[in-house]
Design a protein around this ligand. Structure first.
Ligand code: 2NL
Length: 339
């Protein structure tokens, strides 16, 4: 038995030196110390040992077992620390490597101009009105004094959803909703997408953006319209900006006018932006037609008002000297990052 124990000890030391990982080590441990292990089966043979030899053999078994356990523990510790070293080597972090930079986007040029326009009008006491892009025929045309046979109703100029619904051709219908639901004094601007059945070119798009304004109160006159727009233009283009009103026609306003601003680039001497005239057309406006007020439930004997409308693409193109509006919709980062 003594020899058997010595032999096991030598065997264990030998197999431990060949063990490559913790799994293999566990196998060695089970083969020796497990329930069916070699040392365990020797222990089972204790009952056959002469009673007088039992203390001596028992002590020897304990000593061998302790030695084997210690050897396994040592082997385990060395495997664990080797594995840890390996892991540290593999997971080394190079703190000098460049980081993954987050690319920050920024506002679209039309968004910048829209925010400016909104802030100017908010500063003058206007509220922002929002409305749907799909409108009933009534709100897009009839409520604006555009009769059934008016050329603007030509199917060529409008996208029809069905007989009664169209993609709005201006943001005026949003202002009609405001007139129907609110009592004067009314001071709103209505920015948003609008649609026309146009071919795409440098200055046309079937979808574009408008900012319209509407003011209704007692005793509103053309003088209020001129004063408000002159102030708006100064805030947008600077103190020196002047306005010029030219008579025009819109079915929903009477009288109507188109408004030019003195060229903000050359100051009026003539350049490529104003095409040599010194003036740039920026919006259309007029006194709200009494029929339009009445149709939306506003007493035109008590109240009067003015309205105006401008194209956001046009204002933005003028500000930045952009010559093709298609650039606004293509989202080419080389274009966008210039603003
Ligand atoms: C333009 C001209 C204009 C209006 C829009 C308006 C709205 C209501 C009543 C009366 Cl609810 N008028 N809007 C008035 C005059 C001109 O826009 O050239 N836009 C790009």
């Amino acid at each position: 038995m003594k020899e058997q124990l010595e032999a096991i000890k030598i065997k264990v030391v030998k197999s431990l030196s060949n063990v490559a990982d913790l799994k293999a080590l566990e196998e060695v441990r089970i083969n020796i110390l497990g329930k069916k292990g070699e040392l365990t089966s020797i222990l089972k043979g204790m009952k056959d040992v002469e009673p007088k030899d039992r203390p001596m053999i028992g002590a020897l078994v304990n000593e061998v077992r302790a030695d084997i356990e210690a050897a396994i523990e040592t082997a385990k510790n060395s495997l664990v620390s080797k594995a840890r070293e390996q892991q540290l080597k593999e997971e080394v972090i190079d703190v000098t490597m460049p980081s993954n930079k987050k690319v920050l986007g920024h506002r679209h040029p039309m968004h910048i101009v829209l925010e400016d326009l909104k802030n100017i009008f908010i500063g003058m006491g206007y509220q922002i009105a929002k409305g749907p892009e799909v409108e009933e025929d009534y709100y897009n045309f009839k409520a604006l004094n555009i009769p059934e046979d008016h050329p603007a109703r030509d199917e060529q100029d409008t996208f029809y959803i069905d007989k009664n619904f169209v993609l709005r051709t201006s943001t005026s219908p949003t202002q009609v909703h405001v007139m129907e639901h609110e009592k004067p004094p009314i001071r709103v601007i209505a920015p948003g997408r609008v649609y026309r059945s146009d071919e795409v070119d440098a200055t046309h798009s079937p979808m574009f953006h408008q900012v319209e304004g509407l003011v209704i109160d007692e005793h509103i006159t053309m003088a209020d319209l001129k004063g408000a727009l002159a102030e708006f233009v100064k805030e947008l283009y600077g103190e020196d900006a002047k306005v010029r009103f030219r008579p025009h026609y819109f079915p929903f306003t009477e009288p109507s006018a188109e408004v030019d601003v003195s060229c903000f680039k050359c100051g009026g001497t003539g350049c490529n932006i104003c095409k040599g005239s010194g003036w740039i057309e920026i919006l259309g406006c007029g006194m709200v037609h009494p029929k339009v007020l009445e149709m939306s439930g506003i007493d035109s004997t008590k109240y009067s008002g003015f309205a105006f409308g401008m194209g956001l693409e046009r204002i933005t193109m003028l500000r930045y000297g952009i010559e093709d509006l298609r650039l606004f919709y293509e989202n080419d980062i080389r274009f966008l990052k210039q603003f």
